[in-house]
Design a binder for this molecule. Structure first.
Ligand SMILES: [Zn+2]
Length: 277
């Protein structure tokens, strides 16, 4: 897969991305988060918008955001309610009083957006695009940038450095396929993901992701045709090269594929085992 890498970003620094857009990378590196969560600062006709304040328990990150924005934050946007994106919302909202904006149905009991968006809604010169799959409440935001570039804040739906984990029940493989195909119909010039560097020519990688997932799905079907199997054993057979720290995430992806196959009438569950239907 043609993934992108970047040098470790300077911590606490405001890194210019494009005219009117910069990011601060939170210090929560890991096998699922790369160097950390990208918090974007976006100049909009409605004022300065912060997209994804980052994880909880990183006060230095909230301080870095506030150093860059001052108290005048117009909106706090949330791409989805995983903790590495939404955890710092209470601290940032307390400091700025800015309203929060997110999908109308939150995936997290402890978070409810002040301004609730549906697919296609406009917010601060951007368009919200409901892209479930990685998370049921996942939104991407389309922005025509000041220099004419069509930008899509793709959050964790499509990232430049890695595939996304699709972990049921919040993650749904059928939705993920649909949300990838949705992006192929668009004409965005660049994706700005929730982790990792900007992704130019984004549809090339989106197509690769679809091909990769379809191949995985066929491999699972082939394995099930050879006999019943559990999710861990399937993962072990299919992801032989996966890093040990990613084995649990890989198993969640396999489960998501199995639930998709079950919904399509191609696989069935038998206790802890799965078999072809
Ligand atoms: Zn994330």
């Amino acid at each position: 897969m043609p993934f992108l890498t970047e040098p470790e970003p300077e911590r606490g620094a405001v890194l210019p991305v494009m005219p009117g857009i910069s990011r601060i990378v939170a210090a929560n590196p890991g096998p699922m988060t790369y160097y950390g969560t990208n918090t974007y600062l976006i100049d909009t006709p409605d004022g300065l918008v912060v997209l994804d304040p980052g994880p909880e328990d990183h006060p230095e990150h909230v301080e870095a955001i506030l150093r860059a924005t001052g108290p005048n934050v117009a909106l706090i946007l949330v791409s989805h309610t995983h903790h590495d994106h939404v955890g710092a919302v209470p601290a940032l909202q307390k400091a700025t009083g800015a309203p929060t904006v997110g999908f109308r149905l939150s995936g997290l009991d402890s978070f409810e957006a002040d301004i609730k968006l549906a697919d296609g809604d406009a917010v601060a010169g951007m368009t919200a695009i409901h892209t479930p799959g990685h998370a049921a409440d996942h939104l991407c935001f389309g922005l025509p940038a000041s220099d004419g570039t069509a930008v899509l804040f793709s959050a964790d739906h499509v990232m430049s450095w890695s595939t996304s984990v699709v972990s049921p029940p919040g993650g749904n493989m059928m939705d993920y396929f649909g949300s990838l195909r949705l992006l192929l119909e668009r004409t965005d010039d660049v994706f700005l993901p929730g982790h990792g560097p900007p992704l130019p020519e984004p549809r090339t990688l989106v197509r690769e992701f679809l091909t990769h997932r379809m191949a995985r799905e066929r491999a699972i079907e082939t394995a099930l045709a050879g006999g019943a199997s559990g999710t861990y054993a399937l993962m072990d057979a299919l992801y032989s090269q996966v890093h040990p720290r990613l084995r649990r995430a890989a198993e969640r992806n396999v489960l998501a594929h199995l639930l998709k196959l079950e919904a399509e009438g191609k696989a069935m569950r038998d206790g802890e085992q799965w078999r072809a239907a």
